[in-house]
Design a binder for this molecule. Structure first.
Ligand code: HEC
Length: 193
């Protein structure tokens, strides 16, 4: 073997060894713990319409691009928890008229030849059920789709707020964490009376 070949061979062999070690360690951790790797901060409790909507969501292959109720791909937007951000009317309008409703340029929903153009042509009653399903995908406090930040103090969030908040916002807006704190103190106050 030439020197170059030896180096190349060595690098590839090293990568293989690292990959095998990584895989083994991750699999061992995964098998020996019953806790999920990340806490799950979304929940759902479907009404009859929501249940029908879930069936239609599956039937119409939304999961090719989306992730909801614990399955699907992560190619598009994850939908779990989104029902705490928008209401059923928003979802219906988005599915029916994506480009007008989204508030930004759409990639897949919208007019043909976009890949999810078929969605807006589904029967109206189906779109209503799907919108109900979406509005019932709720988030818990602290999830990325919730307006409420995680409970307790977080030096990480403090640092991010200190670093990234535009100056104008400091005067204009209240930190939602301070707002929640003062509201819960007021709540306790009221309870005493
Ligand atoms: C080809 C991929 C694809 C398919 C299929 C698809 N979507 Fe989407 N979806 C996206 C992408 C990408 C976005 C982000 C908006 C955009 O760029 O179109 C999105 C956004 C959304 C949103 C978020 C709207 C918001 O304001 O946050 C919802 C809800 C949604 N899709 C529901 C559905 C449903 C229900 C179906 C099936 C009937 C479906 N999607 C099928 C790719 C897809």
């Amino acid at each position: 073997m030439k020197k170059g070949e030896k180096i190349l061979f060595g690098v590839v062999a090293l990568l293989v060894v690292i990959t095998v070690i990584n895989f083994t360690v991750l699999e061992t951790v995964r098998h020996n713990t019953s806790k999920p790797l990340f806490p799950i901060l979304t929940h759902f409790d479907f009404s009859a319409g929501g249940q029908r909507g879930y069936g239609l969501y599956e039937k119409n292959n939304c999961y090719d691009c989306h992730h909801a109720v614990g399955s699907g791909t992560s190619m598009g937007v994850g939908l779990d928890g989104l029902g705490s951000k928008h209401d059923v009317n928003y979802f219906y309008n988005f599915l029916k008229h994506p480009e007008q409703t989204y508030g930004a340029k759409t990639m897949d929903h919208g007019a043909p030849p976009k890949d999810a153009a078929y969605v807006s042509n589904l029967p109206d009653s189906d779109l209503h059920d799907i919108a109900t399903f979406l509005s019932e995908l709720k988030s818990d406090q602290g999830s990325s789709s919730s307006f409420e930040p995680p409970e307790g103090e977080s030096s990480f969030i403090d640092a991010m707020v200190a670093m990234w908040t535009p100056d104008g916002w400091r005067k204009k807006y209240t930190d939602i964490r301070d707002w929640m704190k003062s509201n819960s103190q007021e709540g306790q106050h009221e309870n005493k009376h």
